[in-house]
Design a protein around this ligand. Structure first.
Ligand code: KIV
Ligand code: ZN
Length: 507
């Protein structure tokens, strides 16, 4: 079997295009999980896009080992210089440079003739090669490009030293057979194609990113690019977990293998969802909450007789835990650790002690602690780490829609209490927190959901705040009291905003 390289762009095409600003700590957390998952390449960001992105790529390059760390650039010297600098400490650095090759990109976006685009592409690869051996070239909007021109560009960049050539369907326009044909055409007509790995990079505008990527793999591509949970601009990127499970489940059809540790898929999906604030739909393939639920009587009867009747993937294959023991206030540290391990969290020592104490607090409020509660417990890193600590609150409602909230916060060690009115309890709460903290950001989105199936459910609140400079920051809060969960989410978003960063430029 041939190797299929798995290239993760959750932190570049996924995160950046959503307009969400993840901080370095959050990016590192995702990066370390991607290493556990076994991806080959992590695209950590676009260093020239903003000082924040430069710092993130630099920190990832320094901290995350055993995997290729990649940075994106346009085909210009200053981007490549910055990217090379950000990647200086990477164990395996890769520069991903490129330029648009479709008529509309060349004429309208770049205002360049095809000859100039070809020159620029070759220049960029040669320039990047001065810094690193591993240079990937992307032919942006390749699918809508003229195939003969595309082969000319690809041949020239491989001659210039590109080790990987990426042929994106940038706007998700292709159908699977057409994208497969494009990959075959390039493989057949580029003389030096054996000197490079062909990569597929698809977007999901017509809901075909996974199908198109698989068609490209079937046609001979040996690297697939995508984002966990399919996050990304517009309808998103290829959902990496879907391609991974398709080539695994249907080895007979694809004949490729990779380094993926499938048992980490579920944990990776939940981590990315928690950190980005992008919820995974219940019916989402592979990682949706209902992906392994059999609801109808006929199906339940079938799986009880033989799982194979309606199950093509067993949930434990991707790390969805099976409940064996009940976790209650009487459960010990060991039982908790065991269940957490099943969920994909490996913790011990002081971290286990801390989680166990929080587990006991939760278990005191609930009869049984469920897996969903534990995911929340692991994601709930506490509200005090960024200097704002939620202390207490009380809400009074008048019965005509108006409410008054009184909130006490500790900010940098100082206790402040204030009150404000609002159009309902949540609005009053947020108005009060704004008064205390002087917040000027606007509330872009607020959602509340239950994350347990019992009546003593934990509430998970998500708040998105838009700052004046365009940054979007996501905060999460969890509590069995949904108003308290909302307060924590709001404070979490406020605390996360790192001042002074420029909004990132997006390709
Ligand atoms: O979709 C695309 O074309 C891209 C490139 C910049 C790699 O994301
Ligand atoms: Zn893309």
């Amino acid at each position: 079997m041939q190797k299929l390289y798995v290239f993760d762009t959750t932190l570049r095409d996924g995160e950046q295009s959503l307009g969400i600003t993840l901080n370095v700590k959050e990016k590192l957390e995702i990066g370390h999980q991607l290493v556990k998952l076994g991806v080959d390449i992590i695209e950590a960001g676009f260093p020239a896009s903003s000082p924040g992105d430069f710092e993130s790529v630099q920190t990832m390059a320094q901290e995350i080992k055993g995997v290729t760390i990649c940075g994106l650039t346009r085909a210009v010297a200053q981007d490549i210089d910055l990217c090379a600098e950000a990647l200086r400490k990477a164990e395996y650095p890769r520069i991903h440079t490129g330029i648009g090759v479709s008529p509309v990109h060349m004429a309208k976006k770049l205002n360049l003739t095809p000859e100039r685009v070809l020159e620029q592409a070759v220049f960029a690869v040669k320039y990047a090669k001065k810094y690193v051996g591993d240079v990937e070239f992307y032919a942006e909007d390749a699918f809508r490009g003229e195939p003969l021109f595309l082969t000319k560009v690809i041949e020239a960049v491989i001659a210039a030293g590109a080790t990987v050539v990426n042929l994106p369907d940038t706007v998700g326009y292709a159908s699977p057979w057409e994208y497969g044909e494009l990959i075959s055409f390039v493989i057949k007509n580029v003389k030096n194609i054996d000197k490079a790995v062909v990569s597929v990079h698809c977007h999901n505008d017509l809901g075909m990113a996974t199908a198109n990527s698989l068609a490209g793999i079937k046609a001979g591509a040996r690297q697939v690019e995508g984002a966990i949970n399919g996050i990304g601009e517009r309808a998103g990127n290829t959902a990496l977990e879907e391609v991974i499970m398709a080539v695994f489940t249907r080895k007979d059809g694809y004949g490729v293998e990779n380094n993926i540790n499938h048992r980490e898929i579920s944990a990776t999906s939940r981590l990315v969802s928690r950190i980005t604030g992008v919820t995974v739909p219940d019916h989402k393939a592979i990682v949706g909450a209902n992906a392994f639920n059999h609801a109808s009587g006929i199906h339940q009867d079938g799986v009880l007789k033989d799982r194979g009747t309606y199950e093509i993937i067993q949930p434990e294959t991707i790390g969805v835990p099976q409940n064996i023991i009940s976790l209650t206030a009487r459960s010990g540290r060991h039982a908790l650790q065991f269940r957490l391990e099943e969920l994909g969290y490996r913790i011990e020592g002081a971290q286990l002690d801390d989680v166990y104490q929080r587990f006991l607090l939760l278990a005191d409020q609930k009869k049984e602690v469920f897996n969903q509660d534990l995911y929340v417990l692991m994601g709930d890193s506490g509200d005090s780490e960024n200097g704002i600590v939620f202390q207490s609150m009380s809400i009074a409602t008048s019965g005509v829609g108006m409410a008054t909230a009184t909130v006490t916060l500790e900010i940098e060690g100082e206790i402040t209490t204030d009150a404000a009115c609002g159009n309902g309890p949540v609005n009053a709460l947020f108005n009060t927190i704004d008064r205390i903290t002087g917040n000027k950001a606007t509330l872009e989105d607020y959602t509340l959901k239950s994350v347990s199936r019992s009546s003593e459910a934990l509430g998970e609140a998500t708040v998105k705040l838009r700052y004046g400079d365009g940054h979007l920051v996501v905060g999460k809060g969890f509590s069995t009291d949904v108003i308290e969960a909302s307060a924590k989410a709001y404070i979490n978003a406020l605390a996360k905003k790192s001042s002074g960063e420029e909004p990132a430029m997006v390709i």
